[in-house]
Design a protein around this ligand. Structure first.
Ligand code: NAP
Length: 305
């Protein structure tokens, strides 16, 4: 699957990829470019982001994939590890992208120790859960205007998660193996809620487990880190992980589907732990409070241009 669908005529779609400077996000950006999208990378470090941008632009230029590569890949420097920083990232995205057709929430973190941000929130709770929540709200007018597809890169490990609204936000229940799953579960619980919110606005959102992929995720020192490094030699490449993500972003076969969870390309029902509507409502209310957002009515449909 190189091109997931036949190229549409101009204008090119604009796709935003958070954590696009390495790992699965970088491979997703490369595939989106191959499929004719203009890509906006979000990276927290300017130098790493610029290196990735230049590399992607060079590859796109060399492949001659519709226009000069440099013009087709832009960089937004933005950190997602705090509410203030994530809001600034959203502002920068609004300035850079008057139009967003695809938003890929890919940035993710598997923490080995409890680190709190400037608000006292555990960092992976913010990066994996709260930042996508905030971006979805802050970018909602732009997403609605274009009838965007939002793809949430999830993790099959969500089934091992225990989302505790009293303790998970501040990492009081921190565990170096389980907190990643806890925060991925918090995030996944809200995907159907966003689908419901956007159902009359032409915006879709789906979550996808990209596979077990050889990236820097969860890298750490010590004996566990050594074992992990050895195990990763057998895992699949980032490009393999990018395929199901890009399929949800572009393929006609999944057009109009929303609020679903995919294990690679296969749609799966959510495990009971992620289908708890009461917990989802608690997390939604909490996320509004933590991000300082108002509860607003769902957006209305725009005429998609
Ligand atoms: N690899 C797997 O087997 C696997 C399996 C299931 C799901 N996933 C999911 O796939 C997604 C991508 O992970 P990956 O495996 O490609 O991991 P990765 O190689 O560690 O890449 C993670 C990306 O997220 C970015 N990021 C981390 N913290 C950030 C922050 N505070 N602000 C902005 N960006 C931040 C990183 O930026 P820096 O380069 O600056 O650190 C990097 O670009 C994650 O959501 C992960 O949960 C991966």
């Amino acid at each position: 699957m190189d091109n997931v669908e036949t190229q549409r005529s101009a204008p090119a779609r604009t796709a935003v990829v958070t954590g696009g400077n390495r790992g699965i996000g970088y491979a997703v950006a490369a595939r989106l470019l191959q499929n004719g999208c203009d890509v906006v990378l979000v990276a927290r470090d300017r130098e790493r982001g610029e290196t990735a941008r230049a590399s992607l632009a060079g590859a796109a230029g060399a492949a001659g994939a519709g226009g000069a590569g440099g013009a087709r890949v832009r960089l937004v420097v933005g950190d997602l590890s705090g509410v203030r920083k994530a809001r600034e990232t959203a502002e920068a995205l609004r300035e850079t992208c008057p139009r967003i057709d695809v938003l890929i929430h890919n940035a993710g973190l598997w923490p080995s120790r409890r680190v709190l941000d400037e608000d006292g929130l555990e960092q992976s709770f913010v990066v994996n859960h709260l930042a996508p929540f905030l971006l979805n709200h802050e970018l909602e007018p732009v997403l609605t205007a274009s009838g965007a597809r939002v793809v949430q890169v999830s993790a099959g490990l969500y089934v091992k998660g225990q989302a505790d609204p009293e303790r998970t936000p501040t990492g009081l229940d921190f565990h170096p193996m389980r907190t990643y799953a806890d925060t991925k579960l918090c995030n996944l619980l809200l995907v159907p809620r966003f689908a419901e919110r956007w159902k009359n606005a032409g915006v879709t959102i789906n979550a996808v487990h990209p596979g077990v992929i050889r990236t820097g995720l969860g890298d750490r020192g010590g004996p566990l880190g050594y074992l992990l490094k050895a195990a990763k030699l057998l895992w699949k490449s980032p490009d393999v992980g990018a395929r199901p993500v890009v399929r949800l972003a572009l393929a006609e076969q999944v057009a109009g589907r929303t609020g679903r969870y995919f294990h690679l390309d296969a749609e799966q029902p959510l495990a009971p732990v992620a289908a708890d509507a009461a917990l989802a409502e608690r997390l939604w209310t909490q996320a509004l409070e933590l991000t300082g957002l108002e509860r607003t009515p769902p957006p209305a449909r725009h005429d998609v241009t």
